[in-house]
Design a protein around this ligand. Structure first.
Ligand SMILES: [Zn+2]
Ligand SMILES: [Zn+2]
Length: 442
């Protein structure tokens, strides 16, 4: 049963809201002050909470921030209510953690529309139509290919200077892999293509390093109240996903807070390594990179894509001579098993987007940074029997000419192996179509 909690010291309003919400199929629990409200929230874990701001005892702002601090309540729809319609009050409520603000007397139709978002499965991506049909062509397009920090300039103009962002379309879904600075361009392109049509987008975040989240405040679709954005990722080492996104938009860094964005944003901490987004099957693997970092694999009927932008082979890191001799063999064995897991995860993927930040010489000076050399990227792609490899997460210091050399070298390695693998450099704007027949044409 879907539960809504009403916290208000006005008994008449509690009664009226309870009657209305019950008639719409909600189970209603109610409290007349902030402390009692918090207790009920913890007990019932409601899907939605309506909270008056001005109450005796703990005020509604405090109640909102206490609710947001509770892990189990973090994603409840929190609606602040006030008799004061001041903009200042609305902003303060949103800053305290409310998702929405309603002025009294409450517009019941508006309230019903807000609650519809969280009743049943309506916050799931399948109901948030992407604007595509499952039969639309499937492809990946690169919007940001650089690692670490944007690197615009004449030397990077061909492959691009924006940081990690890849668009995937398939199975009727638009799935965005990471929100580095490239996501700004994607936002402009989506706005242009869909012209005011409501969009349902899913954003998969590999980890929270700047080059994977920094572009989000400049993503146009988040500013359109008709759009729904579902943001998925694993909890960071120190902070939750929503906290990471909101802290990079706090006032010393950005003029608009995350909760003020008009688009309907939902954050979900992933707890599972396999799930679906509509018809797209998603698998996740932990990458060897500082903090909590993952790679994603998307499988559809049109083909598969794997995205592992930040990863260092386990065997490289664990074969360092610093380990005591007794442990070295055990560590090497562990590393082999971990590398094998990654290769299995990538097995026979059609399009493999892989960290290839360094050449072998540079890698020698950057062991333990959590990135791969081009040699290792090719080795992993060959071992996984991938069909097409895109060198990705280019070092900010690498010029177009350097990347040309790296891809030539990578192709040479493939030829020497006697195996079959296409290798390309990921470049901004490049689109790679997934063709179902590719599987049989091998
Ligand atoms: Zn990165
Ligand atoms: Zn990183």
């Amino acid at each position: 049963m879907k539960t809504v909690l009403v916290i208000d010291d006005d008994a008449d309003l509690r009664f009226a809201l309870s009657a209305f919400l019950t008639s719409r199929g909600w189970e209603v629990v109610a409290a007349s002050d902030g402390n009692a409200g918090l207790e009920l929230a913890r007990k019932h874990l409601p899907k939605a909470i309506l909270c008056d701001l001005l109450m005796p005892g703990t005020n509604g702002f405090r109640v909102c921030s206490a609710i947001r601090d509770e892990d189990a309540l973090r994603y409840a729809l929190l609606i602040a209510m006030s008799g004061k319609g001041f903009e200042d009050t609305r902003v303060a409520a949103l800053e305290a953690g409310a998702d929405e603000f309603l002025t009294k007397p409450i517009d019941l139709e508006r309230l019903a529309a807000l609650l519809d978002q969280v009743s049943g499965e309506s916050r799931s991506p399948t109901e948030a139509s992407s604007g595509l049909s499952p039969t639309d062509p499937s492809f990946v397009r690169f919007w940001g290919v650089r690692g670490s920090i944007p690197s615009p300039g004449p030397d990077t103009v061909r492959y691009g200077g924006n940081t990690s962002c890849v668009e995937f379309r398939g199975g009727g879904e638009i799935i965005i892999l990471d929100s580095g600075t490239g996501i700004r361009l994607l936002g402009q392109a989506l706005a242009e293509e869909f012209k005011g049509k409501s969009l349902g987008l899913t954003l998969l975040i590999t980890h929270s390093h700047w080059d994977h989240v920094q572009g989000f405040p400049f993503f146009n679709p988040a500013y359109d109240s008709g759009n729904r954005l579902r943001i998925l990722g694993f909890e960071g080492a120190r902070e939750g996903l929503a906290g990471i996104f909101s802290s990079q938009m706090e006032s010393p860094f950005f003029p608009i807070g995350l909760s003020q964005l008009p688009g309907h944003l939902t954050f979900e901490e992933l707890r599972t390594m396999e799930f679906s987004i509509g018809q797209v099957k998603v698998r996740v693997a932990f990458a060897n990179h500082p903090g909590v970092c993952v790679g994603y694999r998307l499988d559809t009927e049109s083909g598969s894509v794997a995205y592992l932008p930040d990863h260092e082979p386990f065997h490289r890191l664990r074969s360092q001579p610093a380990l005591p001799e007794a442990l070295r063999e055990k560590a090497a064995e562990f590393a082999r098993a971990e590398d094998e897991k990654i290769a299995k995860f990538l097995h026979q993927v059609d399009v493999l987007i892989l960290d290839a930040q360094f050449d072998a010489e540079e890698y020698a000076n950057h062991t333990g940074w959590g990135h791969s050399s081009v040699d290792d990227a090719v080795e992993l792609a060959l071992r996984s029997e991938a069909r097409k490899l895109f060198l990705f997460h280019h070092d900010p210091a690498h010029s177009d000419a350097k990347l040309d050399q790296m891809v030539q070298f990578a192709r040479k390695l493939v030829t020497q192996s006697g195996k079959k693998l296409e290798v390309e450099v990921a470049s901004e704007g490049l689109k790679c179509e997934l063709i179902p027949a590719a599987k049989t044409a091998k």
